[in-house]
Design a protein around this ligand. Structure first.
Ligand code: FAD
Length: 437
């Protein structure tokens, strides 16, 4: 009988999962271990860039990472598939049949054995059961949705430009964004940046004055994760750009071209974006008998192992981790996914050498929100800045960009990561400012 390799399966190559397989592959290679990444897509794009892809200010083709090539480079295997179920008794996962764009089956339902399984497949937007959201609002959860939004945005701008040229001076592009968290705020500002540039791309009469963006937040203020004062600065900046910021406004239904609020107001819109809240993926209840919280996220112990199975770990947006002494779970952010990935890597290394697992410690490095090239606001935490420090402007912009740079280094290593950062700067200078296709 041949010795079976230790098989570590990571489902989801996002902000956390891709960093984890890179480190596992690089440490263990393929001799005694088999590290397998399963993702429903063939390429990775860092989710916090999606609002820039949606507005057209970032060409995702330049920042995407192909899992196949990355796997060969770093010593793990990639399997293109969507997790369907987990069988804890036989220690297998099953992926759904892979179907091509013509509806033909490429690969049938497939089983993969695991010794250790890491669930890192993120979450989805929480529509809180609001009628009409699924049918009429756009989400920004993956690249295809960001691309589709960009295309619809461009069409709406072309239409408004044409109407202006044919005598309708009132033609506008009306966009309603629901959710005043980082995604909604960043997208609002990014849209004005893109609209400003459109005039240079053949839409002679279109500019930011023809854009009407309404940002709707159910809570008392936008950006609840940062200081009230800084959130006020962000609100002021948005209003200066032309965004109508509506706080204390709950959306009760969404129709094809309008949004209805609890106060009975109808907000007309050509495009509607839902960016409110995160919950576990659809269908997660049927996947396994693992413990879930009320939002459908896997409940994990401080070691980041799931509560019912020590061989299954979970990280990032699909996990719910409330550390001892804390009242709230760790927030669904890129920095949480990154830190959890590092911790699971350490714990998986400890398992191999028979050492006891360590508890996760979350270090909140602060929260930063980019208002496109207009401004960046937020707070930084840590010894370096002596506790919590409010930041704005260049320092905030630099810290915000550092998050993505750290991700590039984590998935590509130092040499390649730094090279890609330099190439990114060059591209910013030499490439077109907008992606219009
Ligand atoms: C527009 C936007 C802006 C954001 N901005 C910020 C920000 O500025 N700062 C910040 O800290 N956070 C930000 N976030 C949140 C941050 O992106 C997430 O918290 C983070 O990406 C979560 O990482 P993850 O590894 O848990 O999952 P993800 O990065 O979401 O990756 C999940 C992966 O799993 C794959 N997958 C999903 N389902 C399956 C399945 N069933 N089978 C196989 N594969 C599957 C997906 O294809 C994807 O590759 C933003 C999010 C969005 C949408």
């Amino acid at each position: 009988m041949t010795d079976q390799k230790t098989q570590i399966v990571v489902v989801g190559g996002g902000a956390g999962g891709l960093e984890l397989v890179r480190r596992l592959g690089s440490k263990y290679g393929r001799d005694k271990h088999d590290i397998i990444l399963v993702d429903r897509n063939q390429t990775h794009i860092w989710k916090p860039l999606l609002h820039e892809v949606a507005a057209g200010s970032l060409d995702a083709n330049l920042d995407e990472v192909g899992y196949g090539g990355h796997a060969v480079r770093w010593g793990y295997r990639f399997f293109n598939g969507t997790l369907e179920s987990i069988d804890r008794d036989t220690k297998h996962i099953t992926t759904a049949p892979l179907i091509d764009d013509q509806g033909r089956e490429v690969i049938g339902r497939h089983k993969i054995r695991y010794d250790y399984l890491v669930l890192a497949f993120g979450g989805v937007s929480n529509d809180f059961g609001t009628p009409g959201v699924r049918e009429h609002a756009q989400f920004l959860e993956h690249r295809a949705q960001a691309d589709s939004f960009r295309q619809r945005l461009l069409n709406a701008c072309l239409r408004a430009n044409h109407e202006h040229n044919t005598g309708n001076a009132d033609a506008r592009v009306r966009i309603c964004i629901i959710g005043g968290g980082a995604t909604g705020v960043e997208l609002s500002a990014e849209l004005y940046n893109a609209a400003k540039a459109l005039r240079n791309y053949g839409l002679e009469v279109f500019d930011e004055s023809k854009l009407e963006v309404t940002l709707v937040e159910a809570g008392p203020r936008i950006l609840p994760q940062i200081d009230a004062e800084l959130a006020g600065v962000a609100k002021h900046e948005l209003e200066q750009l032309g965004v109508s910021v509506r706080e204390n406004t709950q959306v009760v239904s969404v129709a094809e071209h309008s949004v209805e609020t609890k106060q009975g107001e109808i907000i007309p819109a050509d495009l509607i974006v839902w960016a409110a809240g995160v919950k576990g993926a659809d269908g997660v209840n049927e996947m396994s008998d693992l413990e879930l919280n009320r939002l459908g996220q896997f409940v994990v112990k401080p070691t980041l192992q799931t509560t019912l199975d020590d061989h299954i770990f979970a990280l990032g947006d699909c996990a719910s981790c409330t550390l001892p002494g804390e009242e709230r779970p760790i927030p669904p952010r890129a920095q949480s996914a990154h830190q959890m990935a590092s911790h699971i890597f350490d714990n998986l290394c400890r398992v191999q050498t028979g050492k006891p697992l360590k508890d996760f410690v979350y270090k909140d490095h602060g929260s930063l929100v980019s208002l496109s090239r207009f401004s960046t606001v937020g707070s930084l935490m840590g010894n370096l800045v002596g506790g919590r420090m409010a930041v704005e402007g260049r320092l905030a912009r630099w810290a915000y960009q550092s998050l993505y740079r750290m991700h590039l280094i984590a998935i590509h290593g130092w040499w390649r990561g730094v090279s890609l950062i330099v190439i990114g700067h060059v591209n910013q200078i030499v490439r077109p400012k907008l992606k219009l296709h």
